[in-house]
Design a protein around this ligand. Structure first.
Ligand code: COA
Length: 387
């Protein structure tokens, strides 16, 4: 125990529950301006990145702080392809989780935790980043197919990362529109400052543990409903309103009974989340050619009503659309099952977790905040028989 540990909690200090507002790292990966509603990823405003990048280009950008040349991109694609398959032991655990009907995130956690079983060992952050990123979609899709009593399909060597994920879900080659929709989503959620799962991942590698351990911890943090769980309930809500055709009554009833509207409000953004704007445009493009275009129109009508009624409901606290609202609309459209929404968030965010881990290691200092002690002092031991 060091002298500094011995002092733990005796100083008043500046305690912020949930570390709100505390700057705990420096990063070049993303910048959020909650007042202006801006998100910059790898130096690009999110609308610019989402409109142009394939997911592999975004990964390269975050891992290397620049866009790849053609050969560099080909090489990254190839390395991801080579790492897509799950070891047999991992597949068996994924199957067990699916057969028991446990959440997809449990399957992902087990998959990442066992990703180096039977593979060459040694410490190599970049190799682990590629391995983790490559297997997350494979594990999510395998889980889904086992849940439905099907067997996983072998990865298609000719398909990119996002396309192969959709293919692995259904066994059918996805349309270009679906791939583009999913890529836009993955680019939007790849990184978002020091959110809970990213902070956890950075903390794990700061002990000089390995990246697979860090990503395993990140998956665990993302599983929590306060972090990655809102799009499922958003989809349920929109389906009900799509059937009733009356968003106003639905929203009023919820707000009158003191419930929160899923897909609205944000800890950091005080205006419409910039990712909501990108995703609503992407969803509009996607649904244009679809039979269920009416579902997108329901979402737009719902959003208009919700923003208006939330402003009436809380004139003192601006509540606007967050990323999860159009995530639900877009992911459902491109064919991601509701039960895989959080796992699909991980398909994107694993790029950010791994990039943050490598950034942490560049100039590492072990993450070790302090706690203020609020427990008892000076107790006298009572022997067991006298308690
Ligand atoms: N619907 C209705 N009221 C909401 C609301 C929502 N979506 N979000 C916040 N509020 C209200 C709260 O009830 C609270 O009211 P109170 O002061 O009377 O208690 C007030 O606004 C401030 O809420 P608070 O929890 O302090 O805001 P926050 O900025 O810390 O919360 C969220 C951020 C995301 C947790 C919150 O907006 C929320 O729960 N949204 C719904 C879930 C969701 O979409 N999550 C995904 C986030 S990306």
């Amino acid at each position: 125990m060091t002298d500094r540990d011995a002092d733990e909690g005796r100083e008043a200090g500046d305690y912020r529950p949930g570390l709100e507002g505390v700057i705990a790292a420096e990063t070049r990966l993303s910048r959020i301006d909650g007042e202006a509603g801006e998100l910059v990823i790898g130096g690009f405003p999110v609308p610019e990145l989402a409109a142009n990048a394939t997911f592999e280009e975004t990964l390269y950008l975050l891992w290397n702080d620049r866009l790849p040349t053609g050969p560099e991109l080909d090489s990254l694609r190839e390395r991801l392809r080579r790492n897509r398959r799950l070891p047999a032991e991992t597949l068996a655990v994924v199957r067990e989780v699916a057969d028991r009907g446990d959440p997809a995130m449990d399957a992902l956690r087990a998959a990442v935790a066992s990703a180096n079983v039977g593979r060459e060992g040694g410490e190599d952050p970049e190799r682990d980043a590629i391995r983790a990123t490559a297997i997350v979609p494979t594990a999510a899709a395998a889980y889904w197919r086992y849940r439905r009593g099907e067997t996983p399909v072998a990865p298609r060597e000719d398909l990119g990362h996002a396309a192969n994920y959709l293919y692995a879900l259904t066994g059918e080659e996805p349309t270009d529109a679906a791939v583009r929709g999913l890529e836009t989503y993955l680019n939007c959620v790849v990184d978002h400052g020091l959110n809970a799962s990213t902070f956890v991942a950075r903390s794990v590698v700061s002990t000089e543990s390995d990246l697979l351990s860090a990503v395993t911890a990140g998956v665990g943090a993302l599983k929590g409903p306060l972090h990655g769980g809102a799009p499922g309930p958003v989809l349920d809500m929109l389906r009900v309103v799509h059937d009733s055709g009356d968003p106003e009554t639905w929203v009023r009833d919820r707000l009158d009974s003191g419930e929160r509207l899923m897909g609205f409000g944000h800890r950091v953004y005080r205006v419409r989340d910039p990712r909501a704007s990108v995703l609503s445009a992407a969803a509009e493009r996607f649904y244009e050619g679809e039979e269920d275009r009416g579902f997108f129109e329901t979402a737009v009508a719902f959003e208009d009503v919700a923003r208006e009624l939330l402003a009436e409901h809380r004139p003192d606290h601006r509540l606007d659309t967050n990323v999860e609202f159009y995530t639900a609309v877009l992911l459902a459209g491109v064919g991601v099952p509701r039960d895989l929404f959080t796992a699909t968030f991980a398909v994107g965010r694993v790029g950010g977790w791994t990039a943050h881990c490598m950034e942490q290691l560049e100039n590492n200092r072990i993450v070790r905040p302090r706690a203020r002690y609020v427990g008892s002092e000076g107790r006298t031991w009572t022997p067991l028989g006298e308690r």
